[in-house]
Ligand binder design. Sequence first.
Ligand SMILES: [Zn+2]
Length: 448
Amino acid sequence: MIPDLTVKGGLIVGPEGRHRADLAVADGRVVAVGDLPADGKVIEASGLLVLPGMVDTHVHLMDPGPTEREDFPTGTRAAAARGVTTIIEHTHTHPVRSPGDLAEKRSHLEGRSNVDFGLAAHLWPEDIPGMTALWEAGVSFFKMFTCTTHGVPGLDAASVDAALKKLAEFGGRALVHCEDESLTATAEKTLKGQGRMDPALLTEWRSREAELVAIATVSVLAATSGASVTLAHVSNPVAVEIVSMARRQGADVAAEACPQYFALGEEEVVEHGPLRKFTPPARIRSDEERDRMWAALRGGAYSHIATDHAPSTLEQKSKGDIWSAPFGLPGLDTTLPYFLDAALAGKMELEDVVRLYSATPAQRYGLSPTKGALQIGSDADFVLIDPEGRWEVRDEDILSKAGWSPYSGRVFQGSIEATYLRGQAIAANGRASDQRTGRFLAGLGSRD
Ligand SMILES: [Zn+2]
């Protein structure tokens, strides 16, 4: 097959290593890797890194839903500009709970995405009997909460047990938000009773203990049921240790890492209030704790990276008080730049970035090797990076509707020069080309 496109002379980075090679693309797929003739359109990539496109499996784009916070065009523009070519999306206020909901959301999103996307379901306790049908309709995973959050009812231990047993029957996937309901509810009552309105209440309301208790419970039930479970946004080294322990007992549990638990400390929650309101909150209190987080990330205790992109504008964040301010941070604009910078500064390897933010999440949700890899037959989703470049984060350059970032003012080493989706350029120099060619990717259980 004659290639449409050849990427010449770049340094291709995979999860296991890097090598200088050319990449040939035809019909949107990788058709050859090696020392190749300059066929078709030639992209000169000497001096650049070539990474497979990032696969972000925890994203909220509010579309349909509260699109005044974000929508698919703005959110996926941010993704494309910063190297993310595949997302798995779910929106709490407009949940997918049935095959009909999924069909409706798919048709609403036709022509609204700049990157390829899967869609996840939310699980209400009473919907457990319908899980098989939803899985076969093509959802990527089931989102579950152990505490009532963002309007989604929490599942108690018995309901988590029932849901995971059901999930194990058909080999499904789950993403579980872990905070213990009785501990957060009691803390909320106490803090409100004391009339507390200061930002520090966030760390007491959404305490470490509440997260640890729920992580331990869900890990045990994952082990006994045999279900495949990702624990969302694991925020601290002790929690990671509990997940590792469950894995040593044979549980198929994965700890998800988000940049905010590495980049932001507990003192920032106190200092910035609503602009650092997300849950679980940033926990890190010392360099020693931060070092343990990086060691867990490098050493495989964390399975993969995701943003938990859940943006609000500065105005939306600042309205009302600390109790009523919306949870969440924008993340799609900054997550690859943040971890690239970390890799180029020696905190991790570039291979770790590819493993954690591309290869492993693609594998976990059944998208590999079409996504998360640059081997023959893979989709030609790739990112060109200049390791000598630098990017200063500024609010005015944030493409998410949020229009701000907790990292504004920071300078990241490495600049994302261009992003390609199935062989087509979808972004260059921090700008998305807005062709909205993103396609729906059905989940592992799809009968389509
Ligand atoms: Zn989330």
